[in-house]
Design a protein around this ligand. Structure first.
Ligand SMILES: [Zn+2]
Length: 332
């Protein structure tokens, strides 16, 4: 004889699939995903990984990853409760990424570009030597190929395990932006939650156009540190994208669903409303911009032999085989 026992639990609501961390309303996971990981009730933008970001931002099937083989070395032999290489391996296993930034070429709303996308879930998006190096290479290639650069920035700041070498990436990535500027290639930065520390204090805020997602927290030092240092209450909305827009630190706050079209518009606008030169003699290179781009690329290559390594594993020769660049001539 078969006996079916039904247990009725009175007064207990079934646990919802997903609850918004901002408005605490429940929703189905698939609805949240279909809404680009934005809460369907209150528009709270959830954090997303680099792969998902690329999927949302670029034209389908256009992303080609570059320098995915670069991994960090352990220049300081750093150990806390785990060794640095162990932490990196864990982050790689967790995210499926080799580092906290993914770089490559893509097309955004029809405009080809170099793309650099950071991932906060890889060691807090911290900027170690490899993040700096990949950003440098993306800038170098953008300059040489007359393409715009788009960077999606999210970071907790420096990578402690690389000490001073991590802080040096602020200077290196700022120089990378200088190279893009010299080549007059457009640079658009999209700041997403959270974007802090050394990244917000270097390349993320040096772009031609700086935009952010709604509600993103953007600051150099966190609210607690500032309050403890100044012993003053912080204004309402401190560090949010909206507040930064009011203060003139941003050009726009753009909802995730509009990002692809807005970034595409900026790229077309900054590119003079024309497609970049694809070697058919019709683009900016034909108007004389190629010479600038070439000069910037030559300079970047010279600088690069010195500015890099020996802290980045992958396909570069070690530092002792790199030549120091000649001093730049100073006008007399
Ligand atoms: Zn919500």
């Amino acid at each position: 004889m078969n006996v079916t026992v039904e247990i009725e639990r009175r007064g207990e609501q079934p646990k919802p699939e997903w609850v918004c961390p901002s408005c605490h309303q429940p929703a189905r996971m698939r609805d949240v995903r279909a809404n680009l990981s934005v809460c369907p009730h209150c528009d709270h933008h959830l954090r997303i990984g680099a792969r998902e970001r690329i999927r949302q931002l670029v034209d389908e099937g256009t992303f080609r990853e570059l320098w995915g083989n670069l991994t960090t070395l352990d220049p300081l032999g750093f150990t806390d409760i785990e060794t640095y290489p162990e932490r990196v391996r864990e982050a790689q296993a967790k995210t499926g990424l080799s580092e906290a930034i993914v770089t490559g070429t893509a097309s955004i709303d029809g405009t080809p570009c170099l793309l650099a996308v950071m991932d906060f879930s890889f060691m807090g998006g911290s900027m170690g030597s490899v993040v700096g190096e990949k950003l440098w290479r993306a800038s170098e290639l953008a300059s040489g190929e007359d393409l715009p650069l788009v960077a999606v920035c999210t970071s907790g700041g420096a990578r402690m395990q690389e000490g001073i070498l991590s802080l040096m990436q602020m200077a290196k990535t700022s120089c990378a932006v200088d190279v893009i500027n010299e080549a007059t290639s457009p640079f658009v930065a999209v700041l997403v939650d959270p974007c802090t520390g050394g990244v917000v204090a270097s390349f993320a805020t040096l772009a031609d156009v700086c935009i952010a997602e709604p509600g993103a927290r953007l600051y150099f030092s966190g609210p607690r540190v500032i309050q403890q240092t100044t012993r003053e209450a912080l204004p309402e909305g401190f560090s949010t994208a909206e507040r930064n827009l009011e203060l003139g630190h941003l050009d726009a706050v753009v909802a995730r669903k509009d990002l692809r079209v807005k970034v595409g518009n900026y790229l077309r606008l900054l590119g003079g409303g024309e497609e970049p030169d694809r070697g058919d003699g019709q683009g900016p290179r034909a108007r004389g911009k190629g010479r600038l781009a070439q000069a910037a690329l030559d300079r970047a290559r010279t600088l690069a032999t010195y500015a890099r390594r020996p802290f980045v594993g992958g396909d570069r020769p070690p530092a002792d085989q790199a030549e120091e660049p000649p001093a730049r001539e100073t006008p007399s």
